[in-house]
Design a protein around this ligand. Structure first.
Ligand SMILES: Nc1ccn([C@@H]2O[C@@H]3COP(=O)(O)O[C@H]3[C@H]2O)c(=O)n1
Ligand SMILES: [Zn+2]
Ligand SMILES: [Zn+2]
Length: 245
């Protein structure tokens, strides 16, 4: 069964040419939003969509380009569409998301006093596959992004790896390809500079060519066009384009 992917944005955190790196993943009857950053509401609008077109949202980690649009999502769902959005999130992130990201704006005495008042919360455990819909099964994989902060990549339907934000982990990619049947890798890329909290292009270019051929690059800076043709066997995901995975 194939899935449909449409990147709301493919930009790095502070990109201005591209929206935040947030993704729509669909199976024909279910649409998941992977991360909901500051620009997600506008990006959706420019695609002619609304939050009401979504069935669920999943959060990979707590950075503004991945959660900054959740307040608008929650308020729109509550006051415009009169329903709660299903929220998939790692158990380790749920309290952080409420106490340190959403509580200030979303809380309303007597109406919204916890995450569950704003979302239909489904917590996930890393390493335990969870069936999100008839055709989407997804597993959280803990990754290394910011020291001391929880962050997760996704492994979807036993074949698609979605990096979210992470530093280079060639051992993980090798294991997924060799032992778990991975054939598609959607991977963030920092095009230049040392990889302190992200994966650099030069690190990804060190991977074997067969693995590179599985990689589509995302979460990139505004100067991406200058790197077209310089990414080995890897190609860039384009914002707003429709892909079948
Ligand atoms: N130690 C850190 C922490 C953060 N950052 C920058 O802040 C951004 C937050 O969103 P991101 O997409 O994870 O990218 C991070 C870095 O640009 C960084 O460069 N170094
Ligand atoms: Zn990011
Ligand atoms: Zn991040």
């Amino acid at each position: 069964m194939s899935l449909q992917l449409q990147m709301l944005g493919t930009g790095s955190a502070f990109a201005k040419k591209y929206f935040n790196n947030n993704a729509l993943l669909g199976d024909g009857s279910f649409t998941l939003l992977i991360d909901c950053g500051i620009t997600a509401p506008l990006a959706l609008h420019q695609l002619g969509k609304t939050f009401n077109d979504l069935d669920a949202v999943l959060i990979t980690h707590i950075h503004g380009d991945h959660v900054g649009g959740l307040e608008e999502l929650a308020f729109k769902m509550k006051y415009a569409y009169r329903r709660k959005m299903k929220l998939f999130i790692a158990e380790a992130l749920r309290d952080v998301l409420w106490e340190h990201t959403l509580k200030g704006g979303l809380s309303q005495p007597g109406e919204i006093t916890c995450l569950e008042d704003a979302f239909d919360v489904h917590t996930l455990q890393p390493g335990v596959p969870c069936r999100l819909s008839e055709q989407i099964e997804l597993e959280l994989i803990p990754n290394r992004h910011i020291p001391g902060k929880d962050s997760f990549s996704l492994y979807i339907n036993g074949r698609i790896f979605y990096s979210a934000d992470m530093t280079f982990d060639p051992g993980l990619l090798d294991k997924l390809v060799r032992e778990r049947g991975c054939d598609t890798i959607l991977h963030e890329v920092q095009l230049e500079g040392p990889g302190e909290v992200h994966t650099t292009l030069s690190e990804l270019l060190s991977l074997p060519e067969p693995v590179q051929r599985m990689i589509r690059l995302m979460h990139y800076a505004d100067n991406k066009d200058g790197f077209v043709g310089k990414t080995g066997e890897m190609t860039f995901l384009e914002q707003g384009h429709l892909y079948t995975l």
